[in-house]
Ligand binder design. Structure first.
Ligand SMILES: [Zn+2]
Length: 258
């Protein structure tokens, strides 16, 4: 039984239940119900989990764009890593400007660089499942294939992080399907879109990346950058300008809604 082998998990549930007014109001039968459902992922939570992203409770399957920081909130999202050349530079800049971001990692990159995954989590950023192998045509393939790409990446990222789960799923190239959105949502990973594609991946020049953010932010709050897949010098330099600019414009930095 999971509850005998997982002392911390059980303790977390007791603390969570103790903090939940509604759970207390139901009475002693709650404890029996929790014990019966322990370990199957169906136990209702009375409070936020102790570990960020540690809960696999289902979330909405709609593609999220909004920011939890409100109408002047922006979401910085960093895709395709982690990468030993670029992720540490991005992390340094985020720390310098006090920004929390969402890192959409492939399973293969996370498995190859678990220390970087742990660095991302330790700095307070959130994890996002970006599939195992970044197949941008996965929406044309079988449900079995899509499931393997999403769930294997979820496992690889969670293992690399030391147990912190991805809280979002972003299909590579935006290749979502109704099936993949529902599957991810059932695992607690909110499908995640974007509003501003900086096209930093194409290396159009630092100025062009910065200008795209400034000109297209009216589209919505979720901005897409990359920290892997080639020379990301322009991305790093653009972030060095964009992050303080956003602050000067009165924006605050948040996470995508779940
Ligand atoms: Zn990508």
């Amino acid at each position: 039984m999971a509850r005998h082998g997982g002392g911390r998990g059980w303790y977390g549930k007791v603390v969570g239940a103790a903090l939940g007014v509604t759970v207390l109001a139901v009475g002693a039968s709650v404890w029996t119900a929790q014990a019966d459902t322990d370990g199957d992922g169906a136990t209702p939570r009375a409070s936020a989990p102790a570990t960020p992203g540690g809960d696999a409770a289902p979330v909405d399957a709609g593609i999220a764009h909004a920011s939890d920081a409100g109408p002047r909130g922006v979401n910085i999202t960093i895709d395709d890593g982690p990468d030993p050349a670029w992720t540490p530079q991005v992390l340094d800049l985020l720390q310098q400007y006090g920004v929390k971001a969402t890192f959409c990692m492939t399973g293969l990159q996370a498995e190859a660089h678990p220390d970087l995954v742990k660095d991302v989590v330790a700095a307070g950023h959130r994890l996002c499942d970006h599939s195992v192998s970044h197949d941008t045509a996965m929406d044309k393939k079988s449900e079995a294939y899509q499931s393997k790409e999403i769930l294997d990446a979820e496992r690889m990222i969670t293992k690399a992080s030391g147990g912190v789960r991805p809280m979002y799923y972003r299909a590579p190239g935006g290749a979502f399907t109704p099936y993949s959105r529902k599957l991810a949502a059932s695992r607690g990973m909110r499908p995640l879109g974007w509003n501003v594609d900086t096209k930093d991946f194409e290396r159009p020049g630092t100025d062009a990346v910065v200008a795209t953010v400034q000109q297209e932010l009216s589209n919505g709050p979720t901005i897409l950058f990359h920290d892997a897949g080639g020379d990301r010098t322009q991305t790093v330099e653009a972030l060095r300008q964009v992050l303080p600019w956003l602050g000067e414009q009165g924006y605050s930095f948040g996470f995508p809604v779940r």
